[in-house]
Design a protein around this ligand. Structure first.
Ligand code: HEM
Ligand code: NAG
Length: 499
């Protein structure tokens, strides 16, 4: 339904590519415009960068104009990157749809991105044209990074242990309520169900009870329209074009903001101090003493919801399929519920979640093999050095958690789903950026703890209710249509557990 903050810029890419057949003409047109413009700009910018001593990263040639490697990459991005790693090493460049991408693969090469300053490797340049129309002005990639960092700090204050205690109960109740519609047994689309459930839990926990109580089908449709703003059209085409999807996005944005403004104003006037994230934002101040205005608060609430939506729902769905493929493991997780919480399985508590260490390792392993954000991107605003190569201004510099998480040199039995690998010495432990599902450095995720609480609570509740199986042994292949790699045809078989 919705998408992760940072993901759009990349989603655009493969979206574009995935839909290349229906949209060939418009993509070509847009690509030519962009290529010509970028070509011109980069000539201007690169004039000072013609030093002959500087060696650019190896470049993967392509004979296809404009699209470049878009088709091969779109079909199977991980395979494409792994093959390039074999052939060219950890740093290489290639073009797609008129832009040049330079990937930094492996822990060592990734250091450049994670230690860089935002002025040098810039996030707004790649993410803002998609996120700003969705979240609105004044937040996230619309403001200078030091301000966004202050906003992240406010959000982080709101996501604290005392709140998580409440969240566990809220999430457990929402999950039990949601799955009543599944009955005793059957086959259902697990990814769809988890997407619907997570909108509800995230709205309860991150927005508060007033906004959650307003979440009906109309509001759900508004979120969907807003999410539709993260499209290849929004990435490639100028924002002033009167496209229907742009209009829908902008209308949804205005309507959602109006709903949020009402709630915020009521809260401000009531004088009642509810202990939740909305209250944290109402009370928060920047370092200079200024409080957040209603527009900023509403924008941050939209960002919070969308940031956790696709990421958490895809991760939860993949976790479900890994547990269904290995029934022994699923039974061990169920036994763990009883061992930690008691044979009668009373309502979950936050401190018990911490002791569900097998479930936790299963989640960690799911995030290794299926990290929802397969690429993080930055724009090189100044020449950058990696592995002895100089990356010129104008390249989109990328790090891929998915590739780092399965590098041959780093991980033993790299393709095996083995949650117990974290119990013993594993070679990846010595490499700082071998495991980065939540990123690192100044752009690192603030939602990691909440995501763990949310996903562990949902799956604890589901394991207590049902036993899960693959349908005729089918383990979903990966749907590469967007940069968030979802399960293809994600149907699961379930039957109620007898206690
Ligand atoms: C399984 C769940 C999640 C995963 C795998 C995930 C992953 C990531 C990654 C990889 C980044 C770094 C992006 C970059 O460097 O370009 C990031 C940043 C971020 N995430 Fe998450 N995320 C998850 C859930 C959440 C949730 C639930 C929230 C909010 C409650 C959230 C809020 C943010 C924010 C605010 C940033 C900062 C972006 C920046 O500073 O540029 N995320 N996340
Ligand atoms: C693959 O993903 C796209 C985009 O999210 C979706 O529209 C499509 O239905 C998915 N295909 C399958 C078979 O799951």
């Amino acid at each position: 339904m919705s998408t992760h903050l940072y993901q759009m810029s990349s989603k655009l890419l493969v979206d574009t590519v995935g839909k290349v057949n229906d949209n060939l003409t418009s993509v070509f047109l847009a690509a030519s415009v962009i290529t010509l413009t970028l070509g011109y700009i980069s000539k201007l910018l690169l004039r000072h960068d013609t030093d002959k001593d500087q060696k650019h990263p190896p470049f993967i040639p392509s004979s296809i104009p404009f699209l470049g490697h878009a088709i091969a990459f779109g079909k199977s991005p991980i395979e494409f990157l792994e093959n390039a790693y074999e052939k060219y090493g950890p740093v290489f460049s290639f073009t797609m749809v008129g832009s040049t991408f330079t990937y930094l693969l492996g822990s060592e090469a990734a250091t450049l991105m994670f230690n860089s300053k935002n002025e040098d490797l810039n996030a707004e340049d790649v993410y803002s044209r998609l996120t700003t129309p969705v979240f609105g002005k004044g937040v996230a990639y619309d403001v200078p990074n030091p301000i966004f960092l202050e906003q992240k700090k406010m959000l982080k204050t709101g996501l604290n242990m005392a709140r998580f205690k409440e969240h566990v109960k809220i999430i457990e109740d929402e999950t039990i309520e949601y799955f009543q519609r599944w009955g005793d047994s059957g086959e259902k689309n697990l990814f769809e169900a988890l997407s619907e459930l997570i909108i509800l839990t995230a709205s309860s926990c991150l927005h508060g009870k007033e906004i959650r109580s307003l979440l009906d089908e109309h509001v759900a449709q508004l979120y969907a329209d807003l999410d539709g703003g993260f499209s290849h059209a929004a990435w490639l085409l100028p924002g002033w074009l009167p496209l229907p999807s742009f209009r829908k996005r902008d209308k949804a944005h205005r309507e959602i903001k109006k709903i949020f403004f009402n709630v915020i104003q009521k809260r401000r006037q009531s004088g009642e101090k509810v202990d939740d994230i909305l209250q944290t934002l109402i009370d928060a101040t920047y370092k200079n003493g200024r409080g957040l205005n209603d527009d900023e608060i509403a924008g941050m609430l939209i960002g919070l919801l969308l940031a956790g939506q696709h990421t958490s729902s895809t991760t939860s769905a993949w976790l479900g399929f890994f547990l269904s493929r290995d029934k022994d493991l699923q039974e061990r997780c169920y036994s763990e519920q009883k061992a930690v919480c008691g044979d009668h399985l009373p309502p979950l508590q936050l401190d018990q979640l911490k002791d569900l260490s097998l479930l936790e390792r299963c989640l960690k392993e799911t995030l290794r093999l299926r990290p929802p954000i397969m690429t993080m991107m930055r724009m090189a605003r100044s020449p950058q050095t990696a592995a002895g190569f100089t990356i010129p201004v104008g390249h989109q510099v990328c790090v891929s958690p998915t590739v780092n998480h399965r590098l041959q040199d780093t991980w033993a039995e790299r393709m095996e789903f083995n949650p117990d690998r974290y119990l013993s010495d594993n070679p990846a432990a010595g490499e700082k950026f071998a495991y980065v599902p939540f990123g690192a450095g100044r752009h690192r995720c603030i939602g990691e703890n909440f995501a763990y609480v949310q996903i562990k609570t949902i799956w604890s509740t589901m394991l207590r209710m049902y036993e899960f199986d693959l349908v005729d042994g089918y383990f979903p292949t990966i749907n590469y249509t967007t940069m968030i790699h979802t399960p293809h045809n994600p149907v699961i078989r379930y039957s109620r557990r007898r206690q």
